[in-house]
Design a protein around this ligand. Sequence first.
Ligand SMILES: *[C@@H]1O[C@H](CO)[C@@H](O)[C@H](O)[C@H]1NC(C)=O
Ligand SMILES: *[C@@H]1O[C@H](CO)[C@@H](O)[C@H](O)[C@H]1NC(C)=O
Ligand SMILES: *[C@@H]1O[C@H](CO)[C@@H](O)[C@H](O)[C@H]1NC(C)=O
Ligand SMILES: [Zn+2]
Length: 329
Amino acid sequence: MWKLRFGMAWKAVMLLLVCAAVTSAADFGYGVQRGPGTWARDYEQCNGKHQSPININKMAVIKMEYPKMNYYNFDLRPKSVTLTNNGHTVLVTMNFTEGKEPRLSGGPLKIDAVYQFEQFHFHWGENDTLGSEDMINNQRYPAELHVVMRSLKYPDFASALDQEQGVVVLAFFFKVVERPLNPYYGEFVEMLSGIRGKDSSKNLVEPLPLWKFLSTYSTRYYSYIGSLTTPPCSEEVLWIDYQDAIYISEYQLNLFRNLTASDEHLKNNFRPIQNLNDRLIYENVPKDNLQTNWMPPPSAAPLTSSLNVIILLGIAMSVLLKGHILAAF
Ligand SMILES: *[C@@H]1O[C@H](CO)[C@@H](O)[C@H](O)[C@H]1NC(C)=O
Ligand SMILES: *[C@@H]1O[C@H](CO)[C@@H](O)[C@H](O)[C@H]1NC(C)=O
Ligand SMILES: *[C@@H]1O[C@H](CO)[C@@H](O)[C@H](O)[C@H]1NC(C)=O
Ligand SMILES: [Zn+2]
């Protein structure tokens, strides 16, 4: 009898402890009470030396020509696209047939490393002067999209954290345009009113492939080693910040600003700039300066090589013609 009661009490205590841990772990925010300045109390790594976001000073980057980046399955339609208001952001998850998940290799990534899509989410501000996390030349954009990918060397996201380049984040800035509305964000932003409150979620009626949510061109980017910008602030994350912005209208952006977290509006969900310390920032400057878009390598590669063939043919033709003309005289 005593044993049983003790057992039950013990279970109750354990349950309380677990609940307390879960509550405090989930409870971070962007206000005064639980804002970024307080994160390191519960998450030591938020005080690290290689944190994100950072300011990218364009004059102080190291220009490089990285190998071509390979985007696989970015153009495949997922089975479903789920939008969730988790109280910190709009979290987007996609359900793919196994083996058809978007994958990434090449560029600044470790040789032979392949990364798989996990989720994407957004950071935004209450007006157009703020919202992005990374800054370029001390300039903030009104919003930023993060595509989070995990190295296939690790079985899941949690075990990829803190591992050298275990996680890659593809970052895209938003630019506000008067018109037209970004057609790929049409259904997406209208769906936001259905997930206005924390912990609500909805599926898109039309599940669009990943690349439709990104910017058009993918060859110009910055890259550096940083961290997750939310607790637990794990480091060793490789960041790739694309220079080509995603266009969105003020109307579409306002629908993000109308989301709520607990009882407050969910906005200004960006972390302040962190010190660069001993880190270097690289910029990929492709030599040919041909802008390749998101279509995957199988279709993109022949295009590039046929272009080369055309150029070569052109050169050969002009040489031949010159010879012919000379011979004629
Ligand atoms: C993904 O799709 C499969 C099969 O349709 C389903 O069983 C699974 O629950 C889905 N997962 C999510 C996260 O929606
Ligand atoms: C934008 O919002 C920030 C943060 O509240 C505020 O400081 C700033 O004055 C606002 N700017 C404009 C142009 O409204
Ligand atoms: C914001 O949400 C409220 C409540 O659902 C709604 O009445 C209002 O029209 C929304 N504002 C915008 C800009 O959609
Ligand atoms: Zn993010």
